[in-house]
Design a binder for this molecule. Structure first.
Ligand SMILES: NC(=O)C1=CN([C@@H]2O[C@H](COP(=O)(O)OP(=O)(O)OC[C@H]3O[C@@H](n4cnc5c(N)ncnc54)[C@H](OP(=O)(O)O)[C@@H]3O)[C@@H](O)[C@H]2O)C=CC1
Ligand SMILES: O=C(O)C1=NCCCC1
Length: 346
């Protein structure tokens, strides 16, 4: 059936290659005041999330990056200061810039320390993390290393047993090499749902599952708008997720010198969206471990899990989406692409 005459035909979605999307995003960041290095790092990160179907932290985030840069809340030109403080400890002051360039600046030193000492810690402070966390750990596992990272975010989660929000959605990401396949990677918010997914549900007019959040009166709600407008999220798994979220606050903020999620205040920067907090990374060289190769042991664990009936490992969905994007491009709806092109200056 053809469209009624008074309706313009809907514009078709388009598929972009990873390079095309990266270049478009790079242009947007540059146009909004970042240095070339920062633009490249953020564009690769965000395009990678979109390519892998991590939509809550893909191009959906670009307007937030732009309004944050325009508000002056974050320094898009910051040059991270890397400090070699101990045999297994690297500190970075991100200079009120984004976390990913700070990680990039310290990465080689961190890997060198992990390989010589067996383990090394990277503590990033004074930084903004507005992205998925798996891109920060996955590359280490492709180099044969085990990596764990935590980052805190902005206050929007009520600790279990408390009656007002204090924690951020505070994700934890882990990556470990496997002998015969892509690494094992998981990356999860310690809230029952990521804040980004609440925003997406609100935009689509969808309800949430029960147990994810409360309204402004502290009453359970499935309405994402009620959560966003004065309400709050809950930790996943009650007291267990709450304990993990508390751990993230301690590791990502107290141990790095960054802000707790409740400590920063962007009210003087209208449009600011990114949390000004901290990030911790722990990298382990498993070649120092006793016994059979770690990657072989990972493989054995996965074999047993599949043997026990498991169909889907964390990361499988992302890899399937990555392969699909490599074959057919990254699909963006016409409105989103128009908006991105406008932000890039046409
Ligand atoms: N920068 C920040 O401050 C914050 C960032 N975030 C980001 O938000 C993103 C989304 O987080 P969240 O919503 O908690 O993630 P999900 O709940 O969607 O997924 C969490 C993990 O579980 C895996 N998984 C999901 N479903 C299954 C299943 N049925 N069987 C096996 N494994 C499964 C996922 O793998 P797969 O990916 O393959 O589906 C993923 O590794 C993350 O990337 C996180 O880093 C969240 C909070 C704050
Ligand atoms: O989705 C989330 O939750 C967040 N993502 C980016 C930073 C703030 C919290």
């Amino acid at each position: 059936m053809s469209a009624p005459h008074d309706l313009a035909p809907a514009k078709a979605s388009q598929n972009l290659s990873f390079d095309e999307l990266t270049q478009l995003l790079e242009k947007i960041f540059l146009r909004h005041g970042t240095s070339a290095d920062v633009a490249r790092t953020l564009a690769l990160n965000c395009a990678g999330a979109e390519r892998d179907g991590a939509h809550s932290h893909g191009v959906f985030r670009i307007p937030g990056y732009v309004s944050t840069l325009q508000s002056g809340w974050v320094n898009g030109q910051a040059i991270p200061l890397v400090e070699d403080v101990a045999s297994g400890f690297v500190r970075v002051d991100a200079g009120n810039g984004f976390a990913q360039p700070a990680l990039a600046a310290a990465r080689a030193l961190l890997v060198e320390k992990a390989r010589s000492a067996g383990i090394a810690v990277l503590a990033i402070r004074n930084s903004h993390h507005f992205a998925a966390l798996w891109p920060d750990v996955e590359p280490f596992a492709y180099e044969g290393l085990v990596a764990l990272s935590v980052v805190n975010s902005m206050t929007c989660v009520v600790p279990h047993g408390a009656d007002r929000p204090l924690f951020g959605t505070n994700p934890i990401a882990f990556a470990a090499p496997r002998a015969a396949s892509d690494p094992i990677v998981f990356d999860l918010a310690t809230s029952a749902i990521a804040h980004g997914d609440v925003q997406i549900a609100a935009r689509k007019g969808e309800r949430l599952a029960t147990g994810m959040g409360v309204d402004s009166l502290g009453q359970p709600t499935e309405d994402p708008k009620a959560i966003l407008e004065g309400g709050a999220l809950l930790p996943f798994g009650g007291h267990k997720g709450s304990a993990l979220s508390m751990m993230v606050e301690l590791l990502a903020a107290a141990l790095t010198g960054g802000n707790f999620s409740f400590e920063f205040d962007w009210s003087n920067h209208p449009g600011a969206k990114t949390p000004w907090t901290g990030q911790l990374l722990i990298v382990i060289d498993p070649s120092k471990a006793a016994g059979q190769s770690f990657a072989e042991r990972s493989e054995e664990l996965v074999r047993q899990m599949h043997g026990a009936g498991l169909k889907r490992l964390p990361g499988d969905r992302r890899h399937q989406q990555r392969a699909k994007s490599a074959a057919g491009g990254i699909e963006l709806d016409a409105q989103t692409l128009d908006n991105l092109r406008a932000l890039a200056g046409g």
